[in-house]
Design a protein around this ligand. Structure first.
Ligand SMILES: CC(C)(COP(=O)(O)OP(=O)(O)OC[C@H]1O[C@@H](n2cnc3c(N)ncnc32)[C@H](O)[C@@H]1OP(=O)(O)O)[C@@H](O)C(=O)NCCC(=O)NCCS
Length: 426
């Protein structure tokens, strides 16, 4: 039995193995000044010695060593006899479980993790590879800790929370909301304090954290909805966005936007951003969305589609979509649907066959479009409104909530009722 890394962490692992009657034959360490640890010889070259545990506390270094040793090396677990481990839990190779820890039913612990002294991992938690759960940390049920994250001592994470990859949660924190990839967060309630510079700036780090920076223009209600949508996308997909904050010209810089982040600047600041930044325009008025887009002159800003994982496309082969669209929960399209740029689908929108939707339109929740509907630009369709088949809508119309549009409307006018009639504001 061998350990890679002759550190204080190795001393604990030697003790764990000895409690199980396993003798450590030697340690391996790159530091040539260390010759022995607890009377065990330290070698300075790995020459195929197995089985092995990488006994290095730093998560990034542990991963680098495992990658360096390659697939030839056999890894084993080191679990202290005083740990309470459910027979329905799974623990990956190379993982160390220290004295007094509890791992409950259905928990899945990845490879090369450290489950430190007296920590508690409750039912159905998922702990990805290279994670360190520090002493006395308490993870309630169904928590997911992403690869390489470090959970500080005595931290509490409430049920169902997701911790992003390679993030650090400071000692004593109480985590009540999801934490994105690659950040340092701490406190009660736990809040994001900074991005991990060591991860972001190193070439190794950039390969382990694949999240892309995104900001939201608009710190109002739609901005918060879009932020929540980004969290859901991060949970469900391989795509990982790191929300850096909100831009808004009418809300002071530094204002908190719920638990999602802060207002970090105005339009001028956005136009001065000097690296690639994805942006979602989260403003509900179609014409304002268009004007805001026209004022963004910075070529570093790009506009991804933010599509809720629940979006259903009956026929992906015939579905076309541009850029900058926001598609919220439970929307669906059937076949031969074309969507342009910068539209907002606010949830539960249904679009039938051959619908063609232009740019900068906003469809409030539960808008239903029948088949072969054509919509131009900058239209606002109110909550629960319906457009009947083959109707052609031009530009800048407003359709009142609950209305049913049965005839072609005139550009720039408002239509209300069932059937929808032109409404003249006096
Ligand atoms: C979160 C952490 C990584 C931040 O480290 P850091 O970037 O070096 O931060 P600093 O020590 O420079 O502190 C910066 C500020 O944050 C505060 N701070 C740091 N950690 C904090 C924590 N866990 N909770 C609350 N505040 C914290 C400091 O008081 C300081 O505040 P100030 O600017 O008002 O003086 C570190 O403090 C931490 O908690 N590490 C986990 C340790 C652990 O659990 N080890 C287990 C080993 S088995």
């Amino acid at each position: 039995m061998y350990l890679y890394g002759a550190s204080g962490h190795a001393k604990v692992i030697i003790d764990i193995l000895s409690a199980k009657g396993i003798k450590v034959d030697a340690l391996i360490d790159d530091d040539v000044t260390i010759d022995e640890l607890m009377s065990i010889p330290v070698l300075h070259q790995w020459e195929g010695q197995s089985p092995l545990v990488v006994s290095v506390g730093n998560n990034i270094s542990r991963k680098q060593i495992v990658e360096r040793l390659g697939s030839e090396c056999e890894y084993v677990t080191a679990v202290h006899p005083s740990a309470n481990i459910s027979s329905y839990a799974r623990i990956g190779a190379g993982t160390v479980v220290m004295q007094g820890s509890t791992i409950q039913s259905g928990a899945q612990i990845g490879r090369h993790c450290i489950i430190n002294t007296n920590s508690s991992i409750d039912h159905e938690c998922i702990i990805d590879d290279y994670v360190h759960i520090s002493p006395q940390a308490t993870l309630c049920g169904n928590v997911h800790v992403g690869m390489g994250a470090w959970i500080g001592a005595a931290t509490v994470i409430i049920p169902g929370v997701r911790i992003g990859r390679w993030s650090i949660i400071g000692a004593g924190s109480v985590v009540v909301n999801d934490i994105p990839d690659g950040v340092v967060a701490y406190g009660n309630p736990c809040q994001i304090k900074s991005q991990r510079i060591d991860i972001a700036s190193s070439s190794y780090g950039s390969s382990v954290v694949k999240s892309k920076k995104i900001a939201i223009y608009g710190a109002g209600g739609l901005g918060r909805e879009v932020a929540g949508g980004i969290n859901r996308i991060n949970k469900a997909c391989n795509e990982h966005w790191h929300l850096v904050g909100f831009y808004d010209d009418s809300i002071p810089v530094g204002s908190l936007v719920s638990h999602y982040g802060q207002v970090i600047g105005k339009m001028d600041d956005l136009n001065a951003v000097d690296g690639p930044l994805a942006l979602a325009i989260a403003v509900g008025s179609p014409t304002s969305r268009k004007l805001i887009h026209e004022r963004i002159l910075n070529p570093n800003i790009y506009f991804p589609n933010l599509i809720a994982p629940s979006f259903k496309v009956l026929d992906p082969e015939t579905f076309k979509i541009g850029q900058g669209n926001i598609i919220q929960n439970s929307c669906s399209v059937t076949c031969d649907v074309t969507i342009g740029d910068f539209n907002v689908f606010n949830g539960f929108n249904v679009m039938g066959h051959d619908d063609v939707i232009g740019d900068f339109n906003v469809l409030m929740p539960n808008v239903h479009l029948s088949g072969s509907v054509t919509i131009g630009d900058c239209n606002l369709l109110g909550v629960g409104s319906i457009v009947l088949q083959q109707i052609k809508i031009g530009d800048n119309i407003t359709l009142g909530a609950g209305s049913v549009l049965m005839t072609k409307p005139k550009d720039g006018c408002t239509y209300i009722g069932v059937p929808a009639k032109k409404f003249d504001f006096k």
